[in-house]
Design a protein around this ligand. Sequence first.
Ligand code: FPP
Length: 246
Amino acid sequence: MASKAKPDLPSAAPVHGARHVAIIMDGNGRWAKKRFLPRLAGHRAGVEAVRRVARAARDLGLECLTLYAFSSENWKRPATEVADLMALLRHFIQSDLDEFHANGVRLRVIGNYRALDASLVDLIEGAMARTAGNSGPVIAIALNYGAQDELVRMAQTLARRVAAGEVTAEEIGIGDVDDALYTAGLPPLDLLIRTSGEQRLSNFMLWQAAYAELYFTDMLWPDFDARALEMALDAFRMRDRRFGGL
Ligand code: FPP
């Protein structure tokens, strides 16, 4: 984040009109391969892109930027790569938290992060608690996140509420589902970006993407920057969002 002190949020609504942007950050491995570098170099460059884009999101007046950092399926990768990714995440939180906090950012981690290494869980919970009272944008990092797992947990939560007599099955509405997801309290998702030319959602924010605009770019994640985010928001601004109406 920029170290210059700035107000937490712009006073006027930003011209692009988006509140919440989520990104499937894809292509780190291909970026490294093109340069005859190990995959870790691609992930490291991916962290630099995270820093650039987090700053840009704030400068562009977004209320929330959600980044898909590690999916519940990424455990299938070689153990060394999983360990590298966890080490990068740990280091990112340790090194960037002061700057996030100074800039009023609220850090949120979504996904089943409690299943991670206990010291990483402590670090995440400490970072979330430290920034929870800030009034600036939310940077949400999806970690050990899978949308199907999120929906199963939501069903279990609501089933427990019904069993406890808090609500009847018929009374359950969209708001109850929203509140039982990892993303509870975050603004509705406006724009979902995926880099690297793949055009699928890969178990990311399946419920939340119901009315999101989708934007696919061939750019590999480590090349993504403020200009690329602005281009995606320009494209978003041109979309005709009807939400099922006319
Ligand atoms: C996809 O590239 C990227 C990931 C699975 C991990 C994303 C992680 C980072 C950008 C770094 C850590 C994040 C934070 C928030 C500090 P890939 O490896 O699938 O690339 P490929 O498809 O080209 O092989």
